[in-house]
Design a protein around this ligand. Structure first.
Ligand code: ATP
Length: 269
């Protein structure tokens, strides 16, 4: 089986409210996958059903491998020290924490620190280390870089890609589209209890980004154009600026941002 995860017809309601109306998902082994959706779309519900933490009403979930779950924020006792938490989780898992993993996540300076005294970034790195102690095949990461500074984000992204290179499958919950774009092999968008899109980021951009945007920066300011005919539009723009004698400093062409495309699908905007 090359799929780390297969979900078929997953259904879950809270009372009268149907949150998941029979969703299908499939994640290939070794991929970084993200389930996206606006607040309240049902991402946490779906992930918790997959993680085995929440009962569901119907459907089939098959998880092919051992899982590791990054804890949500503030989930450890206030006075536990980083080193104690690592030893405790290692004992539960009957493993020794991998020293190179701990070093890569920079947990050295929180070994003697109480949980309540750790910064957001330190807590997130500790949570990730705890999720990885059992050397899981599939790692669930919940907003892993929220609240981190740029350096922290870059180093955590590097580590996620290192896990992928080691064949781990990553299920990422994130509201950060730049993060999704740079890390994910595939995504799915939840809307009204159903999967409104499933595929790669490039496929989403191609499906939704029907027009090209041209952004021109000149010594007079910034101009933005939308077009379907990129060659002729560029020729016209260049000719126009030559006539006006303005200096073009940069030209960028894109098909809209992932954020815009996500909103189009997730909110129907
Ligand atoms: P967010 O991005 O805000 O974290 P989400 O996509 O993860 O949202 P869920 O937390 O799965 O969404 O919630 C989906 C819907 O189910 C929401 O309307 C929420 O109010 C409702 N819900 C979640 N948990 C419960 C619960 N235990 N009991 C009743 N309703 C719930």
């Amino acid at each position: 089986m090359t799929n780390a995860l297969e979900v078929n017809g997953l259904r879950k309601s809270y009372g009268e409210k149907a949150v998941l109306k029979g969703i299908d998902l499939c994640v290939r082994r070794g991929d970084v996958f993200s389930l996206l959706g606006v607040n309240g779309a049902g991402k946490t519900t779906a992930l918790e059903c997959i993680e085995g933490l929440r009962k569901y009403d119907g459907g089939r979930i098959s998880v092919n491998g051992r899982i590791g779950i990054q804890l949500q924020s503030e989930s450890l006792p206030a006075y536990i020290k980083g080193g104690e938490a690592i030893r405790l989780f290692a004992k539960w898992n009957r493993k020794t924490a991998d020293a190179s993993m701990l070093a890569a996540l920079g947990t050295d300076n929180i070994i003697h620190k109480k949980y309540q005294e750790m910064s957001t970034g330190q807590k997130r790195r500790l949570h990730l280390a705890l999720a990885l102690i059992s050397d899981p095949d599939i790692v669930f990461l919940d907003e892993p870089t929220a609240g981190l500074d740029i350096e922290g984000r870059i180093s955590l992204h590097k580590y996620i890609l290192h896990l992928k290179a080691r064949g781990k499958t990553i299920l990422l919950a994130s509201h950060d589209m730049a993060e999704v774009e740079s890390l994910c092999d595939s995504i799915a968008i939840l809307k009204d209890g159903e999967i409104a899109f499933r595929g790669t980021v490039t496929e989403l951009n191609e499906k939704v980004g029907k027009h090209y945007n041209i952004h021109v920066r000149t010594n007079q300011g910034v101009e933005n154009y939308e077009t379907d005919d990129i060659e002729n539009s560029l020729i016209a723009i260049l000719g126009n600026h030559q006539e006006k004698n303005t200096v073009i400093q940069s030209i960028r062409v894109d098909r809209g941002t992932l954020e815009q495309h996500f909103l189009k699908i997730a909110k129907g905007e």
